[in-house]
Design a protein around this ligand. Structure first.
Ligand code: PMP
Length: 432
């Protein structure tokens, strides 16, 4: 039961992401979620196009994920990880190490994507901390997004994440232009020149290059060429700088490969995963690294890695993550993602002819319709809800990242709603 009063309380007292407390955007009360359907308090059912910010890869209320949770709950929901281990953490990390790109064999369990990035950056700094010349700078590409905590924000796109607002609080790092060669375009060698020059000049200060492999997500939903990633790996080796791959959005099959790094056949020195790790059930992330990095950190002046959150290795989260990885190991995701990719291409590409549409791109289970104008958020959200779909655009981008289990009919409902939206100028801010 969810009343009008509950909604009014929410509006008065509860902060939602990136929303004003004075004049908040409307919220839609969801009372249950099953497979690819969200049910609203008034009984309306919406087909899910977002996988709850790209996390619910197997859909909602999955019987195996639920069972893993309840079985774990009957043993223990939580126990501290300092001086204690437990079967769920060991089973999960065993699977993670076996699935991850080669060499990533030491796992740090953290609480969220942003914290995994904090951990990765801390690892890189600590890796060099015993050297005669310690390093504390990071190099990254524009249009990146790595989370909302301070270290993570410091390597987000400086304009999108409004570095100006945090000046004085944020550490200042080095940026190069975003990769320009698209995933499907012929590789342009000039694309890597700026990265190469920055590394040549600054490598002695640089702890790591950090970037999202292949897909830049919240910073613009851009898909770049695998050769870019391959060259970054080569340059990091050449200049002796660590490479951090943030696979939080791309990991676990979303781009058509288990990890996006596989498109380039590379292994980073440090890799962050989150989001889909628990199939979108609970918050959990992991930062994986190599034996070489872990050994050097352990020999650094501190003698250990300096991090240890209260809920580290939470057994419920580990158990459900382990089952989510078991579902992936069964391999159906490959067919599912490839069918989604094909259908998204067939149904979204023709929208390129609409005057409001600037670009259409599809990779794996990600479909992006980039428009010429920013959406009017409240209006377009209401429009989509009326069409019976849950799609949450941002800026000029209307995109789909559905659960892998979505049916062709459900996916058609999502693409059909986008097709109707992009011919309605009233849903866009035409003046910007
Ligand atoms: N890195 C990337 C690539 C992301 O897409 C996100 C979340 N959108 C994060 C980090 C931060 O994850 P979280 O929101 O779980 O802190």
């Amino acid at each position: 039961m969810f009343t009008a009063e509950d909604l009014a309380f929410d509006r008065q007292h509860i902060w939602h992401p990136y929303t004003s407390m004075i004049d908040p955007l409307p919220c839609y009360p969801v009372i249950s979620a099953h497979q690819c359907t969200l049910t609203l308090a008034d009984g309306r059912r919406l087909t899910e196009g977002m996988s709850s910010w790209w996390a619910a890869i197997h859909g909602y209320n999955h019987p195996r994920l639920n069972r893993a949770l309840t079985e774990q709950m009957e043993q223990m929901s939580h126990v501290m990880f300092g001086g204690i281990t437990h079967p769920a953490a060991v089973a999960l990390c065993r699977k993670l190490v076996s699935m991850a790109p080669a060499g990533l064999e030491k796992v740090f369990l953290a609480d969220s994507g942003s914290v995994a990035v904090e951990v990765a950056m801390k690892m890189a700094v600590q890796y060099y901390s015993g050297d005669t010349l310690p390093r504390n700078k990071f190099l990254t590409v524009r249009h990146g997004y790595h989370g909302d905590t301070f270290a993570a924000m410091s390597v987000c796109d400086p304009d999108n994440s409004m570095h100006a607002l945090w000046k004085g609080y944020l550490p200042e790092h080095l940026f190069v232009s975003a990769p320009a060669t698209g995933f499907y375009d012929p590789w342009q060698e000039s694309d890597i020149a700026e990265m190469q020059q920055m590394l040549a000049v600054h490598h002695q200060q640089l702890a790591a290059v950090i970037l999202e492999p292949i897909v830049q997500g919240a910073g613009g939903m851009r898909f770049y060429h695998p050769d870019y990633l391959r060259k970054v790996r080569e340059l990091c080796d050449q200049y002796g700088v660590l490479m951090i791959a943030d696979e939080i959005a791309t990991g676990f099959g979303r781009t058509g490969r288990l990890f996006a790094c596989e498109h380039a056949g590379i292994s980073p020195d440090i890799m962050c995963v989150g989001k889909g790790l628990t199939g979108g059930t609970l918050t959990l992330s992991a930062t994986l690294t190599t034996g070489k990095v872990a050994d050097k950190i352990s020999r650094s002046p501190a003698g250990c890695f300096m991090h240890g959150p209260t809920f580290m290795g939470n057994p419920l989260a580990c158990a459900v993550a382990c089952e989510s990885l078991a579902l992936l190991e069964e391999g159906h995701w490959q067919q599912q993602v490839s069918h989604i990719e094909q259908q998204l291409k067939e149904q979204l590409m023709p929208l390129g002819d609409c005057p409001l549409v600037a670009n259409i791109r599809v990779l794996g289970a990600i479909g992006v319709v980039e428009c010429h104008y920013p959406v009017k958020m409240a209006e377009i959200q209401q429009f989509f809800v009326r069409q019976g779909v849950w799609i949450r655009p941002f800026g000029r981008l209307i995109y789909l990242m559905p659960p892998y289990i979505i049916t062709p009919e459900e996916l058609s409902r999502l693409t059909g709603a986008i097709r109707m939206a992009v011919v309605q100028p009233a849903l866009f801010n035409l003046l910007e």
